[in-house]
Design a protein around this ligand. Structure first.
Ligand code: PMP
Length: 364
């Protein structure tokens, strides 16, 4: 840090720079960023090409998209907040709600952006370990809430381990947490969830909890990761605070048009989700048959709990042309991608599992 030419907050200077999932070579499959392998939905490219007023700023509130989303979720437009990816809204809410001395509670391991939220806001991170099968321990999370807690983040399905939180567990958390603490339900992968008992943002909204904010994104099921658009549903005053903490005019007209066109393509969207869920189920079954202990997978990714072997396992996949995401010391996340990639992952995984000690918890 001594080579810094200027004064930077030490906790920021100590942060590792953001590392993107490794790029894939021409003949490799990129399964490291939970992206959607399909082309944009019908109508999206035309809608983006129609958004040509590049000399004009976009509509700051993305009013047309907010109206559409409000109708979709049965709320008023002021209960919707659109931003350049749902990760932006996480930062906005952290900065709006938490400062030095305040605490942000989340499960760990979870989405790798969460620890940075607290650092940037100057707040303190309180992590609650996942259970052995990669699930949130919501009772322990409720117990971790103190009078300093300003934000509790629940990721369902959990990135990177896969399981969804149960509705009953979430309801108990909401009942246990003081009503002046924001609870974020991060549902980036909501559209892929098939578990009958999983928490549903819609049910949470219908229950009318003023302190719960639902986060959704167009990056995953809708396949618009490159255009950066996500949204929150929640109490208008909380979302006003998020807007105040955000950078104005971040959602481009092209992104708004693409999101609107995607919402028009309901049938094609359903087909793609069904196909990705079918691939996920094939992947999970194949990995388990190959001898891997795979947690319940409710998103568009699967988790190999390879522990201390995570980097070596990811390297073995990379050598075979499969770019996956290792989390050192924890495991390896593999996105559900192209149909051919599913078979390839299973084949490589079957040989890689043999390199783990027989008693390793990643083996079944
Ligand atoms: N939440 C979770 C759990 C995620 O995995 C991601 C993307 N990796 C996001 C939020 C952010 O998505 P985006 O900013 O693209 O909307």
């Amino acid at each position: 840090m001594t080579d810094l030419p200027v004064r930077i907050r030490p906790e920021i200077a100590a942060l590792p720079a953001y590392r993107q999932g490794r790029a894939a070579g021409a003949d490799a499959f990129k399964l490291s960023s939970n992206e959607n392998p399909f082309d944009p939905l019908p109508g999206v490219i035309a809608a983006v090409q129609g958004a040509t007023s590049f000399n004009r700023y976009p509509d700051a509130s993305a009013a047309r998209l907010r109206d559409r989303l409000a109708a979709r979720h049965g709320v008023e437009a002021e209960s919707i907040h659109v931003a350049a990816g749902s990760v932006s809204i996480l930062y906005q809410l952290a900065q709006a709600a938490a400062g030095p001395g305040d605490e942000i509670v989340f499960a760990w391991r979870s989405f790798e952006a969460y620890p940075g939220l607290a650092v940037v806001a100057g707040a303190t991170t309180v992590t609650v370990p996942l259970t052995a099968d990669g699930r949130h321990d919501l009772v322990a999370m409720a117990d971790a809430v103190t009078e300093r807690t300003r934000l509790v983040i629940v990721c369902s399905p959990n990135n990177p381990t896969g399981p969804a939180v149960a509705q009953a567990e979430f309801d108990a958390l909401v009942a246990a947490v003081p009503r002046d603490v924001i609870i974020i339900l991060d549902e980036a992968y909501a559209e892929f969830v098939t578990a009958a008992d999983a928490v549903r943002g819609e049910a949470v909204l219908a229950a009318g909890h003023d302190n719960v904010v639902i986060l959704r994104t167009f990056s995953k099921a809708f396949g618009l990761a490159g255009l950066r658009v996500g949204y929150a549903v929640g109490h208008p005053r909380i979302l006003d605070a998020a807007r105040s903490a955000g950078i104005p005019l971040s959602v481009t007209a092209a992104a708004e048009e693409a999101a609107l066109a995607s919402l028009d393509a309901e049938g094609a969207l359903r087909e793609r989700i069904d196909e990705l869920v079918a691939r996920r189920e094939r992947l999970v079954a194949g990995l388990r048959t190959a001898g891997w202990n795979v947690p319940d997978a409710q998103g568009n990714f699967v988790w190999l709990p390879a522990g201390e072997h995570a980097l070596a396992v990811a390297e073995a996949f990379a050598d075979a042309g499969l770019v996956v995401r290792p989390f050192a010391g924890d495991g390896v996340r593999i996105s559900v991608g192209e149909a051919e990639a599913v078979d390839k992952v299973i084949t490589i995984a079957a040989s890689v599992v043999e390199s783990l000690p027989l008693t390793h918890p990643a083996r079944r």
